[in-house]
Ligand binder design. Sequence first.
Ligand code: FES
Length: 70
Amino acid sequence: MSTPTEPGRPDVVVCPGGPLLLRGDHVVEDAEGRVHRTSRPVSAVCRCGKSSVQPWCDGTHKVLPSKLRP
Ligand code: FES
């Protein structure tokens, strides 16, 4: 189900030290070329590379030393 984005509201948000937040429908290609579709209202894409559910964030970035956070 598509979630319309409000005009002027970003549909991709960078969380300092954490994931990219995607609002609405997106297609994400991971490092191996696999395609992942999301239609959740908000999805979090891992930027630290340590999540066990790539390409999605599982919160692991929160326990990493600050110098390893994105
Ligand atoms: S950004 Fe959250 S686990 Fe990588």
